[in-house]
Design a protein around this ligand. Sequence first.
Ligand code: MSP
Length: 507
Amino acid sequence: MPFYITTPIYYVNAAPHLGHAYTAIAADVLARHQRQRGEDVFFLTGTDEHGEPVAIAAEEQGVTPLELADKNSQRFRDLMPLLEVSNDFFIRTTDPEHVRRVQEVLTRVRENGFVYEGTYEGWYCPRCADFKTEAEIGPGNTCPIHKIPLTREREDNYFFELSAFQGDLEKLFDERPDFVMPRHRYNEARSFLAGGLQDVSLTRPKLRWGVEVPWDRSQVFYVWFDALLNYYTALGFARGQQQDLTHKFWPATYHIIGKDILKFHTIYWPALLMAAGLAVPEHVFVHGFLLTPSEDGGEGEKMSKSRGNVIDPFQVIEDYGPDALRFYLAREVVFGQDGPVSESGFLTRYETELANDYGNLASRTIAMILRYRDGRLPATEHDPELTAELDGLAETVCAQLDRAEITTALEEIWKRVRRLNRYVEERAPWQLAKDPEQAAELDRVLATLHEGVRIVTVLLAPYLPGATAKLMAALGRTGPDDLAISAARCAPAPIEVQALEPLFPKR
Ligand code: MSP
């Protein structure tokens, strides 16, 4: 089954920060997991380069919008391999192939009768690049997200007839309760819909930095329509002229997005696709915000470049490596909810969970097999008490990750990591080693530990690609299928291990 997953495309008016790394890492965990299951995966990320915020930032810096976009897009592109994010393509909305396809699709939407000329008057947030409905306006005409004054806009432009899709969208939500996930976000989208849809601007007259409207060159497309279409256009040109991936991968299995862009992805986007005669995505998964803990012990605020207090992803990667950051973000905040992140929280998880729980378990297991058995064991039956707790784990994790429950799945695996540590203490192989009559029992305990470590490692591979690859090599499992999900079940086999450097050295 083809599996197509996307991140939002990132604005290039500022450098990448932890919030951006978050969506990319989450999507990457799901992409890697599906590849382990043998699915044909296409994983897309990229940058959103048109629109007012970029034009304004460029002017402030005295460069052209494209110069700014080139510079900052490159920073996002560079961040991906540093995070071990395994995207199959990186789209830029300034790619000429994207521009051409946006013009094509939106012309079709017009030909299908969903575009008309009109005058827009209302409130607009330049930071959201969003025309606010009455229900979305904060006190004193401010943006509820950015807390800045909204501007009053009046302009002649073209409208997209969103209201024509009220009934179709209601039907979509009725028929597909998992179209938007998790449930509370589905309800939020539904209640926006229940408020009644109003038509929205499809084009803007004043801006010069955008995709030109082919039937009226005095206008450019409103940046959100240009941006959303990246998910569709990319498949057409990601592999060059020879291969169009659209038939294979469209529609997307998962769009992963943050809660601030819910309206665009759960309402505008399916309506636009319907207007163009294209299939709508299977799921939109909406995650929460990483917050900076507030000093008064309150909930904290959305972490962003402008609000300071950011954990710098580049710095964390340099100091601790990408696995540590990936693990922390997947583990600390339940995926789908808001939650605080901090440097002290990061350090605690690194030391107690990565270094102690997992790193030590791996080192001890390998060290004991080396010490007591010269690194080799014949195929040995495993301890049924422990295998019973590993049986079915892969299936559980698959079911959870099918629902994008990244944190829950990780906790499920971690319970086994902790169980294996308890097993070491309970069975005390160092005691068994003193008694020659216990030789067979020692074989069994060591083989069981090896098996347990191997299984959790297969399941942790999407979260910790670097450490798990090293550990699998030390466990003597480097075959092409050793990291496949089918390998995550108990099967007695001969063992040969090699010494392992600490996976997560203490600092
Ligand atoms: N360009 C639009 C998306 C267009 S998609 C067709 C955009 N870009 S963004 O750079 O502002 O944000 C990209 C993603 O980062 C969003 O999903 C947003 O929710 C996420 N995050 C930015 N700050 C965040 C946190 N503090 N916490 C979690 N994610 C947040 O929106």
